[in-house]
Design a protein around this ligand. Structure first.
Ligand code: NAD
Length: 252
């Protein structure tokens, strides 16, 4: 068990990569808080973990709302007595379209969910992580930060901010023994796939994306979860500020 007795919060844990991370963390012995805007989805993932013999609690939380984020951290410390791992995974994107067709509301939402949420989570979680004598923050970024595709400009920029924030938080929090890393997935088979494709999900359109990935397939929640388990575990004790591509070679 690589995460035995660790307490972890996973935002956006109700679906896709977050659900995969929550499930894999629990299988490695972590006690997990599954946080999601979609409370029913979070409940569903937590119930699945419990059915498999793991330990999980579901919390309905909007990562852009300060009170929700504070309540999410309080759920971890109140239920499990502390916090070791925070996974900022919830994300949002405008549909793939020309940059000038993205509304101001969509732009604000992209930066609130993908960037401001890291700020709010840091304010809420750092006291608990410091009290624990250290810990780990993982941010779900994207290959969009490194190899931007057209039609996703404002989303790409928000993930660029995630990579810079990951490195900046890593140097500032190193004296507290808090490691901060990011995972950069290539396009994956999750709830956001259609948004990124911006058109009907057909075998031809999928093939167009897959053709840009040397290993020849999209990413899956299990791929991202495996990287997250490693980065959150003590095996990664010397790794901080890394933005790890899990992308089948897309960024080469
Ligand atoms: N799927 C991809 O192709 C891909 C590629 C690279 C990076 N990512 C990133 O992966 C992360 C997870 O997305 P996914 O692909 O698993 O999509 P998903 O739609 O399957 O899951 C996202 C989850 O986040 C939740 N969420 C959205 N806004 C929220 C908010 N304000 N507060 C709390 N929860 C919220 C949703 O309810 C959903 O359960 C995102 O940060 C996304 O940007 C996705």
């Amino acid at each position: 068990m690589r995460l035995q007795d660790k307490v972890a919060i996973i935002t956006g844990g109700g679906s896709g990569f977050g659900a995969g991370i929550a499930t894999h963390f629990a299988a490695e012995g972590a006690r997990v808080v599954v946080a999601d805007l979609n409370g029913a989805a979070a409940e569903n993932v937590a119930a699945g973990i419990a059915r498999d013999g793991g330990t999980a609690t579901a919390v309905t939380a909007d990562v852009t709302a300060r009170a929700d984020v504070e309540a999410m951290v309080a759920a971890a410390t109140g239920t499990y007595g502390g916090l070791h791992i925070l996974v900022n995974n919830a994300g949002y994107s405008h549909v793939n379209k020309p940059m000038t067709e993205v509304s101001e509301d969509e732009f604000d939402r992209v930066f609130a969910v993908n960037v401001k949420a890291l700020y709010l989570a840091a304010l809420a979680a750092l006291p608990a992580l410091r009290a624990q004598g250290g810990g780990c923050i993982l941010n779900t970024s994207s290959t969009a930060a490194i190899r931007p595709r057209p039609g996703l400009t404002w989303y790409n920029g928000s993930k660029g901010a995630v990579n810079t924030l990951t490195k900046s938080m890593a140097v500032e929090l190193a004296p507290d023994r808090i490691r901060v890393n990011a995972i950069c997935p290539v396009i994956g088979e999750t709830g956001m796939l259609q948004t990124f494709m911006g058109q009907e999900d057909t075998p031809e359109i999928r093939a167009r994306f897959v053709n840009t990935i040397p290993l020849g397939r999209m990413s899956r929640p299990a791929d991202i979860a495996a990287a997250a388990v490693f980065l959150a575990s003590d095996e990664a004790d010397m790794i901080t500020g890394a933005c790890l591509e899990v992308d089948g070679g897309r960024c080469i």
